[in-house]
Design a protein around this ligand. Structure first.
Ligand SMILES: [Zn+2]
Length: 102
C-alpha cells in the first residue's frame, strides 16, 4: 500500500514549515467600515433629537433666578427690537458679577 502516499495531494503540497518568501498581499477594500458607518448614523440621530430640557442653574452660585438681557438693541418706531439675548444669573449680578448662563 505505498501508492496511497504518492497520490495524496498533501504529500507534495508545501507545509507550514515552508519559508515565507512571498510577501503577504494587502487588499484595499472599498467603502468604510461598518462600525464607522454606525457611528455616523448615531451622530445624525443625536443632531435630529432636541436636547433634553433641564433647569437653568448658575454654575457659580447654583442659583436658579436669572435675568434676561439684550445687547445691541435697535430703537425704531417707538419700539426696541433686535439685539443679542443673554441670560445672566440674578444673584451673581447683585453681587456685581456678570455670569452668562445662556
Ligand atoms: Zn450665580
Amino acid at each position: 500500500m505505498t501508492y496511497a502516499s504518492e497520490t495524496l495531494p498533501c504529500s507534495s503540497a508545501p507545509g507550514y514549515d515552508r519559508r515565507m518568501t512571498d510577501k503577504p498581499k494587502l487588499h484595499v477594500i472599498d467603502g468604510s467600515a461598518t462600525d464607522d458607518d454606525n457611528r455616523q448614523k448615531a451622530r445624525k440621530l443625536m443632531q435630529k433629537r432636541p436636547q433634553a430640557a433641564c433647569l437653568l442653574r448658575c454654575f457659580r452660585c447654583s442659583g436658579s433666578e436669572v435675568i434676561e438681557t439684550k445687547v445691541g438693541m435697535v430703537f425704531k418706531g417707538g419700539k426696541a427690537s433686535g439685539g443679542t439675548k443673554q441670560i445672566l444669573c440674578a444673584t451673581c449680578f447683585m453681587k456685581g458679577e456678570r455670569v452668562v448662563l445662556a
